[in-house]
Design a protein around this ligand. Structure first.
Ligand code: HEM
Ligand code: MG
Length: 261
């Protein structure tokens, strides 16, 4: 009997370890009828259930709770991003958006994405290995501001030379720089602005948080100030490389003016 009881206890203990409802472990890809979009991170959050798994009808509260629980975003940055997101819902004055709304070309979705083709060439919402291979060929083992910007500039050059309708708006340019600032800061170290390339590849290619590679939800809350500060560091490097018509003329306060109108 003692042997049986200790065996039973062991089985219970193993089960307790294996079956858990930790959302970081609860990953399911989209099922039929679910929608996803051009943002690898929001797709990932939906795959973990931090956002509605359907990808649809995402409210301000859904986004704020999801970004807080998944990656420790404060309420301000979630509100800031939600306003952009609802602007893609074709229904005016809506209070929600769906991930596929984000794909509407030249609202927020822009050319020269790191992991998607331009809308001119096809599906700008779906991960594209060839585009992403070009991007990651510019990253070292560590992605930092320098190699992050190298990849951006390379994708811009390629897309410009292959897409007769290539264009990037001022907002698109700010998003491009912000996206690189954001993925480095969230998956890596927001202070040194560096990240292990493998974590970034893993998230983009699997649309899953890279916990198996040692990533954990950041302990420091992520704020709009951190995002804008790191975006500006990326923008300074970008201006050095590219004869930018937009950020070059507008100077370093561009991101702040974007925010405050
Ligand atoms: C694309 C990061 C949240 C909207 C992207 C891309 C990255 C990124 C790296 C570029 C993908 C590529 O170039 O292939 C993040 C991170 C987030 C986040 C780290 C939070 C942790 C959001 C939110 C919105 C959003 C809240 C809502 C407005 C978009 C859109 C695109 C995009 C519309 C498509 C742009 C394009 O490449 O054409 N995001 N994102 N993202 N993100 Fe997010
Ligand atoms: Mg795009």
């Amino acid at each position: 009997l003692a042997a049986f009881l200790s065996l039973a206890a062991a089985v219970v203990a193993v089960n307790a370890c294996v079956s858990n409802d930790d959302p970081f472990e609860q990953w399911h890809g989209p099922k039929a009828g679910d929608v996803r979009g051009p943002c690898p991170f929001l797709n990932t959050f939906a795959n973990h259930g931090f956002l509605p798994r359907s990808g649809k009808y995402i409210t301000h509260k859904d986004l704020a709770d999801g970004l807080l629980n998944a990656v420790n975003f404060d309420a301000n940055i979630s509100a800031f991003l939600f306003d952009f997101a609802v602007s893609t819902n074709p229904e005016p004055n809506s209070t929600w958006f769906s991930l596929d709304h984000l794909s509407r070309h030249n609202v927020l979705e822009h050319d020269a994405s790191l992991s998607r083709v331009d809308a001119f060439h096809g599906h700008a919402d779906i991960f594209n290995q060839e585009a992403f291979d070009e991007t990651r060929s510019h990253w070292g083992d560590i992605v930092d501001v320098q190699s992050g910007v190298s990849a951006i500039v390379a994708r811009m050059k390629t897309c410009k030379s292959t897409n007769p309708q290539y264009s990037i708006s001022q907002l698109g340019e700010a998003f491009i720089l912000g996206e690189t600032a954001a993925f480095i800061s969230i998956l890596g170290d927001f202070q040194t602005i560096t990240v292990d390339k493998r974590r970034v590849e893993y998230l983009f290619q699997n649309e899953r948080l890279p916990t198996t590679l040692g990533w954990k939800r950041p302990e420091t809350q992520f704020t709009t100030d951190i995002l804008i500060g790191n975006l500006q560091t990326v923008a300074v490097e970008y201006r050095k490389r590219l004869n930018s018509t937009v950020l070059g003329k507008r100077g370093e306060g561009y991101a702040e003016r974007l925010m405050h109108g």
